[in-house]
Design a protein around this ligand. Structure first.
Ligand SMILES: [Ca+2]
Ligand SMILES: [Ca+2]
Ligand SMILES: [Ca+2]
Length: 344
């Protein structure tokens, strides 16, 4: 997972007993019985509730957008004619129908046949299912933001080199140009492993996002340390730590004063490439839960600023159970709660 001091994709499982027991279903999606973490987060009765659509960007390693529980939830650039080799909407990107591939610099944001076979390419698909899998379609899982449509910003190792920090910034600018409200970054880079110059580029991109009305939600990291990763540690970015379903901090989670909130980070049942389903874990899984909640809040309050949405999420969080972790001095506002955040 660690390469050159950089946490590429933040996936880990807590070393604990087996998966939690099935729960009562909160939608007609058969696998919602494995999503008890949503009940623990107070998902309101009558889920999903209807609201206006909202665009959420998934900055990750691509999404299997033909997955039957995702295909209807992928953002479509309606001003772009697919496959004609022309930049129809004049945004500087040719044939960008579902987003952009910042690695290959083209509009191919799905997974290749080889990537579909490779288990390490499941990351973006797992994030997407957690945020916005089709809900109440009698299939697969439910999600935290059934009204979110997901833009795919595909890359790999976005934050590994100077070039990829530039790609990260370019991805944010693409999101700004197309009306995104929340951008999920289940990725990060360790403090001290990139130059001050590159940190400044990250901070400038985050500032442009905030000014454009976009909330960035990012994983705190999985080193079990008190040092939150970039970009989560940028003040305007909502840094998400991991807890278990009962609110106890995960053994792997980073913590500290940069953490804004926490969400469950183990046994998160979600979509997998090739039409499959499986568990997801780590602060990579916690961030998309919060992204989903932010998406619901923007959907119901389109006039709110990113700071207002973040403040609502923090103000309605429940205290984490820190009794068993005296080493954790600061853990943000606690565990997010859908029921309280979305209450009138
Ligand atoms: Ca275009
Ligand atoms: Ca075109
Ligand atoms: Ca479903």
């Amino acid at each position: 997972m660690l390469r050159g001091g950089i946490l590429l994709f933040i996936t880990a499982f807590a070393a604990c007993s087996g998966p939690p027991s099935d729960v009562r279903p909160f939608s007609n999606d058969p696998l919602s019985v494995k999503q008890g973490y949503m009940l623990a987060l107070g998902v309101p009765d009558g889920w999903p509730r209807a609201s206006a659509p909202v665009i959420v960007a998934v900055l990750d390693n691509g999404i299997d957008f033909e997955h039957p529980d995702l295909s209807t939830r992928i953002w479509v650039n309606s001003n772009e004619v697919p496959g004609n080799g022309i930049d129809d909407d004049g945004d500087g990107h040719v044939d960008d129908v579902h987003g952009w591939n910042f690695l290959d610099n083209d509009g191919d944001v799905g997974l290749s046949a080889a990537e579909l076979r490779a288990s390490d390419f499941s990351h973006g698909t797992k994030v997407a299912g957690t945020i916005g899998a089709e809900t109440n379609n009698n299939q697969g899982v439910a999600s935290g933001c059934p009204v979110c449509t997901m833009m795919i910003l595909k890359g790999r190792d976005f934050l590994r080199t100077g070039t990829s920090v530039a790609s990260f910034a370019a991805a944010i600018d693409y999101a700004i140009a197309h009306g995104v409200r929340v951008l999920n970054v289940s990725d990060g880079v360790r403090v001290g492993s990139i130059s001050d110059e590159l940190v400044s580029e990250l901070e400038a991109a985050a500032q442009r996002a905030e000014q454009a009305g976009i909330l960035i939600v990012a994983s705190a990291g999985n080193e079990g340390s008190d040092t939150v990763l970039w970009p989560a540690r940028i003040p305007s970015v909502l840094a998400v730590a991991a807890v278990d379903w009962s609110g106890v901090p995960a053994s792997f989670t980073n913590f500290g004063r940069e953490v804004a909130v926490a969400a469950p980070g183990d046994y998160i049942e979600t979509t997998m490439p090739g039409g499959k389903y499986g568990y997801f874990g780590g602060t990579s899984a916690s961030a998309p839960i919060v992204t989903a909640l932010a998406g619901m809040l923007f959907s119901e309050h389109p006039d709110w600023t990113p700071a207002q949405v973040a403040a609502r999420i923090e103000a309605t969080a429940h205290p984490a159970k820190l009794e068993s972790r005296p080493d954790i001095g600061s853990f943000g506002a606690g565990v997010v709660n859908f029921g309280d955040a979305l209450a009138e």
